[in-house]
Write a protein that binds this ligand. Sequence first.
Ligand code: ZN
Length: 274
Amino acid sequence: MRLFTLITLFCLALPAHAQGFITRLLDQPVPGGVAVVDLGAAAKAPSATYQGKPLLVIREDGQRWIAIVGLPLSTKPGTERIELDSGERLSFQVRAKHYVEQRITIKNQQQVNPNAANLKRIERELAEQTRAYQQFSPRQPSNLLFDKPVNGPLSSPFGLRRFFNGEERNPHSGLDFAANQGTTIKAPAAGKVILIGDYFFNGKTVFVDHGQGLISMFCHLSAIDVRVGDELPRGGVLGKVGATGRATGPHLHWNVSLNDARVDPAIFIGAFKP
Ligand code: ZN
């Protein structure tokens, strides 16, 4: 009995490094995934960067600081490092992940091989969207376990290698939900509307900044119900499902970006498949 008590006490003393809920949910260190790096138990939040970009740092379970690092789809498996404001570097391992191929037929040939005028427009729109993804506001995200933005089954997963009319194009940078035209889209966490647009590929689009570089993009909307600068509560309606831009039918395309890396939104709704 006494030995049992000792073992129990020993086990209770260990959890200084035990993984908390956020780490268990989000630590999926694959290309297009998320790495959670333990930063220790300092009194003040350390600041950290990855590839020169500021990182989301939160305190887990009221004890240790963790950095939540977005890994671009182009990341190679192996050792990666983040840098702390103290100059200290912390390493973590990236595992390999296989992404499948998808072949899509698009009737509008301009959406596969755009002409010069459309290419100029696409370039301008890409720059505008990249600037939005690079914003970093100090607010802490209201929740890291996101709500699904629409009620509907997942259709096309993140990371698919896509061939439009037989030609390989950018991999799928978000997660698709099948939903009827007009279905309301709700903010998966609180946030500020930082950009809206009507884009060549993405159609009617809303960007929501959840804080510290964690940013959502919602695409192909039939209607946008918010304006730039609006503050959305968790669950606040931002628009309606549609098929604007390059879409084969009504659905919601949702991107999640962390430190300017587009990552698999499935991780944040607890639906990640390794
Ligand atoms: Zn999509």
